[in-house]
Design a protein around this ligand. Structure first.
Ligand code: ADP
Ligand code: MG
Length: 555
């Protein structure tokens, strides 16, 4: 029940006792669970239409009027600025899944909410949340066992399969969905990028997604998206007299400004005579010149600076033939350090030749009407940048998110070197298996296990729905096929029928599916365990503006 007194009361020996501050709203028991479930279902309603290759996009307009057009689950949820605490937990799963595997965000939220929807039906039959969560745990373990059994091995040299994995993950994203040629182009880039950064350690493939830098530049078309073996920086050479190309680059990375620090606000320099001013300016110039001399003495011919570079040092650097760029992002500095082997310096006195990094060539090039700096032939050949291009900012942003998903999917697939059939096929296979196993468990638990199996079917159901197919008929057909052991049968959204995912070539990474299942169950469990919501009242000021509500208990 929902209690709304101004202060919370407990009855001790007939005497009401205040235990919570005024304005607190408390919801307990089934009402609390139901309230949370309702919020999660609302989140599911919002993003279900984006799932799969035939999913629609969302246009999000923020309070400043900035527009984001996207199909990406985690982006939608982040931009929505959700307030309900339970709904926020849905956002958290999407974020975690995104961090862990870089794909499968929509699926995880849709599945978590469906598990809760099914749990609500069980709650209505007076089954206790503890039983439900226990049943879900058992079902999850069954699902993970079967998932492991059904996974297919893949090889990093099997380009055809890798392409299918990337395309499965890219398709349906606004920017790429239109054209198979675009999908192919982007998939090739993603595959080459991932192959470049992959290394083997004790027979295991290690791929760090961070090693693949993405840089966006509006202009040109999606086809101009390219893989650069090296680091691309969205900055220009700071002074026109500096060289635009430096071969055999010896690179200094500075996290210290080449500028004279302005005096603090309360400091004061009193200059009374013109000579004093002259002396002061000369002193300043000397200091700046000395800074540049220090850099030049190490043999550096390229300077990347995280802070500012004043006009004078720019001029001195140019005279020495040093190429310099300023105000780099700290993430770029770190990537450059890793790629070129340079050490980031915070005090110029520390800079020695040993701290310099190396690249075969550093050059400024025009991309989409603006200058960018390319650092190629780095000491560490495993550093790459995907230069994401497209006709408008929205296209570039969405393509960038798709590329991120593609990289995530491929990395996850290669991390375990295994995939499963997508298009809802794997979910159907797991549901079929779980239903068969459920008979081994007792009454109430069995109901929860069966509810889990039903919940899994939400993925093929929504894929069908979004493709404009009849969801009920599709699920029935799929159930029949999987009953017969045809576990590659899924939703062929283009043929608008049940189809063989092996033939259509729809593969999802094993690791992504594993993560989606575990994350969804964890979230559902966490929400099911909450039976008491104690929300602090709004801040005093807001409360005052509201008309006074008086309740009889209050005296
Ligand atoms: P998520 O954020 O969960 O990755 P997506 O919108 O990328 O959401 O949709 C992923 C789902 O779409 C997966 O279940 C995947 O198997 C399915 N899918 C992708 N391509 C196809 C296809 N060509 N046919 C059927 N299903 C597909
Ligand atoms: Mg995806």
């Amino acid at each position: 029940m929902v209690e709304r007194p101004k202060a919370l009361l407990a009855q001790i020996g007939g005497q009401p006792v205040l235990i919570l501050p005024e304005g607190t709203v408390r919801t307990t028991g089934k009402d609390a669970i139901k309230n949370n479930i309702a919020a999660c279902k609302a989140v599911q309603e919002t993003i279900r239409t984006t799932l799969g290759p035939r999913g629609m996009d969302k246009m999000l307009v923020d309070s400043l009027g900035d527009i984001t057009i996207t199909n990406d689950g985690v982006t939608i949820l982040e931009e929505m600025e959700i307030e309900h605490p339970a709904a926020k937990m849905m956002v958290e799963i999407a974020k975690t899944v995104n961090q862990e595997v870089g794909d499968g965000t929509t699926s995880s939220v849709v599945l978590a909410a469906e598990l809760l929807r099914k749990a609500e039906e069980l709650l209505d039959q007076n089954i206790h949340p503890t039983i439900i969560t226990k049943g879900y745990k058992i079902a999850l373990n069954l699902a993970l066992q079967k998932l492991d059994e059904l996974k297919k091995k893949i090889d990093i040299n099997d380009t055809e399969t890798l392409k299918k994995i990337v395309i499965t993950s890219l398709s349906g994203k606004g920017a790429t969905s239109a054209d198979p040629k675009i999908l192919d182009h982007i998939a090739n880039i993603v595959i080459e990028a991932v192959r470049t950064v992959a290394r083997e350690e004790n027979g295991k493939l290690i791929i760090d997604r961070e090693d693949i830098k993405r840089e966006k530049k509006t202009g040109g078309s999606i086809y101009d998206t390219e893989l650069v073996k090296g680091i691309v920086i969205d900055k220009e050479v700071v002074h026109p007299q500096m060289p635009k190309v430096v071969k055999n680059a010896k690179i200094a990375l500075l996290n210290v400004g080449l500028e004279v620090h302005k005096p603090e606000t309360d400091a004061e320099i009193r200059i009374t005579k013109p000579e004093e001013l002259k002396a002061f300016l000369e002193e300043e110039e000397k200091m700046l010149k000395e800074m540049v001399e220090k850099i030049a003495r190490t043999g550096a011919n390229v300077v990347f600076c995280q802070k500012g570079i004043d006009d004078l040092p720019q001029h001195f650097l140019a005279k020495k033939g040093i190429l310099a760029a300023r105000r780099l992002k700290s993430s770029d500095m770190e990537k450059l350090a890793k790629a070129t082997g340079a050490r980031i310096i915070t005090n110029l006195d520390d800079l020695t030749e040993k701290d310099l990094g190396y690249a075969e060539i550093v050059e400024e090039k025009r991309v989409g009407g603006e200058n960018m700096i390319f650092v190629r032939g780095c000491k560490n050949p495993k550093s790459v940048t995907i230069l994401v291009r497209g006709g408008s900012e929205h296209v570039v942003d969405e393509l960038d998110r798709s590329v991120e998903d593609g990289i995530g999917a491929l990395t996850s697939a290669l991390a375990e070197q295994a995939v499963v059939y997508g298009g809802g096929a794997i979910e159907m296979a797991l549901a079929t298996y779980i239903r068969k196993q459920a008979t081994k468990y007792s009454g109430r638990e069995q109901l929860a296990i069966l509810a889990f199996a039903d919940a899994l079917e939400v993925i093929p159901r929504i894929l069908a729905e979004n493709a404009g197919m009849d969801p009920v008929e599709t699920i029935l057909k799929l159930r029949a096929a999987h009953e017969k052991g045809e576990y590659s049968k899924g939703v062929d959204v283009y043929a608008m029928d049940v189809g063989d995912m092996e033939k259509v070539g729809v593969y999802d990474p094993y690791k992504v599916k594993k993560q989606v299942l575990t994350a969804a169950v964890e979230a559902a469990e966490m929400i099911l365990r909450i039976d008491d919501i104690i929300a602090a009242g709004k801040s005093v000021k807001e409360e005052k503006e509201k008309p006074e509500e008086t309740t009889p208990e209050e005296d």
